[in-house]
Design a protein around this ligand. Structure first.
Ligand code: NCD
Length: 311
């Protein structure tokens, strides 16, 4: 039996577990690319419950299950199409859905919802993101992306550019990075700084974090730049969004001016913060990054359904 049952936060993961998940995920490459069939998860069923919009997260979870021989029950737009619309509690929905599926993937608009679901469920719960809090499976695929693009995670300077205040991706990713010997540079408008408790948590673990507003200077010492969309839907005050909108952009000329090869990541969807002229830049890897999501989600299904172990 795997010691990993739920994935609702990156905080509890050890480096050994993360490395084990990344190693396991890469064994699924041929299955994910449909070069090799698999029946590893035949007879298993996942329910994907999405209360917030998604393209990559839901479909890569579903692709992972289907390509491993399992089946999918999918609720997109759950706020409107499930009994949540009638006022059913998340807990009651989860206790019901686990009668129909062996594993539950949940994306929800309330902070802490994934933990609440895991607390009541016997079935494993994998979070696909809870409000602006965490998105742990994204962090795992992001760590895999750095390892595949750079050959290793240790030793890199990783610059995170964007809306760190509202980004669940930043939070989970920096918790994951805190297990490695990396330098982190945070670039953001002052209003969109990372939550102090998140920063303190990773600094207490020994992660070196520099905060700056000088993106050009940061790029000159960066191996990996990870840029995020401003999370318009999470602003309480629409005027605050108007003030920061468009306040940072990465384009090809800026990358070339840095004078070094840089891996460029984005969780997607992108808006105007990442110019499409970066798409042909050699280090641009955001579409490979979204493929890596299938590998990671295959590994997580295999682990929580007892078909593999990483200690
Ligand atoms: C992210 C999310 O939903 O948090 N997208 C994703 O899962 N790939 C980032 C975003 O929406 O900006």
């Amino acid at each position: 039996m795997s010691s990993i049952h739920d994935v609702v936060s990156m905080k509890p993961f050890s480096r050994k577990q993360i490395d084990g998940i990344l190693d396991l995920s890469e064994t699924f490459e041929d299955v994910a690319r449909a070069k090799k069939p698999s029946n590893l998860l035949a007879g298993h069923v996942v329910a994907t419950l999405f209360y917030e919009p998604s393209t990559r997260t839901r479909l890569s979870f579903e692709s992972a299950m289907v390509r491993l021989g399992g089946q999918v029950l999918s609720v997109a737009d759950a706020l409107k199409t499930s009994s949540a619309w009638k006022g059913e509690s998340l807990e009651d929905s989860i206790l019901t859905v686990q009668n129909y599926a062996d594993v539950i993937v949940l994306r929800h608009s309330e902070r802490g919802s994934a933990e609440r679901a895991a607390a009541v469920a016997d079935a494993p719960v994998l979070s696909g993101g809870d409000d602006a809090n965490e998105h742990p499976t994204q962090a795992l695929l992001d760590l895999l992306t750095i390892r595949r693009e750079q050959g290793k995670i240790d030793g890199n300077t990783v610059t995170l550019v964007g809306d760190h205040k509202h980004s669940r991706v930043t939070n989970s990713f920096i918790y994951g990075l805190a297990n490695y010997k990396v330098n982190v540079i945070l670039v953001n408008p002052p209003e969109l700084a990372i939550a102090p408790d998140v920063l303190k948590h990773v600094q207490d673990k020994g992660l070196k974090v520099e905060e700056t507003s000088d993106l050009a200077a940061a790029l000159k010492k960066t191996d990996v730049v990870y840029i995020f969309r401003i999370q318009k839907e999470r602003f309480k005050d629409p005027q605050e969004y108007e003030r920061v909108k468009g306040s940072y952009v990465i384009n090809r000329a800026m990358l070339e001016a840095a004078g070094r090869p840089i891996t460029v990541m984005h969780p997607m969807p992108r808006l105007d913060e990442l110019s499409t002229d970066v798409d042909t830049y050699p280090g641009a890897c955001y579409f490979r990054q979204s493929f890596n999501g299938v590998l990671i989600r295959m590994a997580l299904f295999a682990l929580v359904l007892g078909k593999a172990d990483v200690g």
